[in-house]
Design a protein around this ligand. Sequence first.
Ligand code: ATP
Ligand code: MG
Length: 399
Amino acid sequence: MIYDYLVVRFGEITLKGKNKKQFVVKLEDDVREKLRGFPQLEIKRHFDDLEIKLNGEDSADVLAVMQRVFGIQNISPAIKVGTDLEQIREGVLRVANQENGAKTFKIAARRKDKRYPIHGNELNQELGGAVLNQCDWLKVDVHHPDLLIRVEVGYHEARIYGREVKGAGGLPVGTSGKVMLLLSGGIDSPVAAYLVARRGALIEAIHFQSPPYTSDRAKQKVIDLSKKLRGFGGKFVLHLVPFTNAQVAIRDAVPEDYRITIMRRLMFRIAEKAALQRGALALATGESLGQVASQTLESMNTINSVTNLPVLRPLITMDKIDIAQIAKQIDTYDISIRPYEDCCTIFLPKAPRTRPDRLHAERFERKLAINELVDEAVQGIETMVIDADTNEDAFSSLL
Ligand code: ATP
Ligand code: MG
């Protein structure tokens, strides 16, 4: 590899106006944190990008890590040369030779230093001509080149970029505050966690378990999912809620077709309390409109009315098949389809009500000691900080 630098470009952060700096600083922290395993690197923050000087570290390895940091739009390997035309020409040829899988190319040169005597278009022609001369396997394609060689002429040096790689997008984790996400062992909620985290939220997950009706393997499944999700942020906090007493009480007091509704209302109340204790300003779920009985609008109304917190539902408009696709990309799918029951399935009625009514739900709840059940569950929460290593390779397929 010829490259000495990786240049990391910000995504939406660039639209942040006066707040931009704070986002960029957070992103820089995340990048430094993720790159701790590469001691030789030097990281410099510029107005428009982060510049990582490799000092001999492998650019492909560093790049793979950078692709999992939210807030990054794209990353280019780069070399730096002097600003003489001859030096730039030589640099461009080095890059063209390095990226030898390409059949077509384009040069996109610009001057940052407007006093530089050669204009962008002239540079394009000059450098393009040199590449055509020296690299007989390359042809120009100005619309869809296999290889776009960007050249940026600054005041003291010129940067020449190799093939740009897509970043994970989104916003740096934590810049959007904290969200308490209801994490089941299913396919959907881990995908919801990924999508909310991508928008800059720090996720804490809450999982309801009903031992002995649910097994240790169901718990392990949620821990394994958390390990995967941890790969996108720093640490990952998982709250395990003892839910057996609540579920048994519901089974004993509530008609079968309303059990799921009441159970979900309890989950939301418990999650809300946990959220407030932990400084989270919203709940999040993996619900998708119409997917199952508890995800009709009537159900969502009846269930949602127990909390005043916003409930984020990033999958609400998505089809199952598309959700599964993302689950595969973030490598949670195979864990999610392990067969162990979660707490909802064990007391599942054969025919849940698809249009539950809030007043009916409230009437059934009068037979339950709701506050006590909620308090008992919240007090019994076991909190784990997930910090085991994640399988980092798994995320490469995302990009
Ligand atoms: P998932 O695939 O996420 O389990 P699902 O399609 O199976 O979703 P439901 O079982 O109806 O749908 O659950 C809807 C949402 O409720 C889940 O996405 C999750 O956010 C939350 N949820 C369900 N069960 C649990 C649980 N045991 N612990 C925490 N949250 C849960
Ligand atoms: Mg489920």
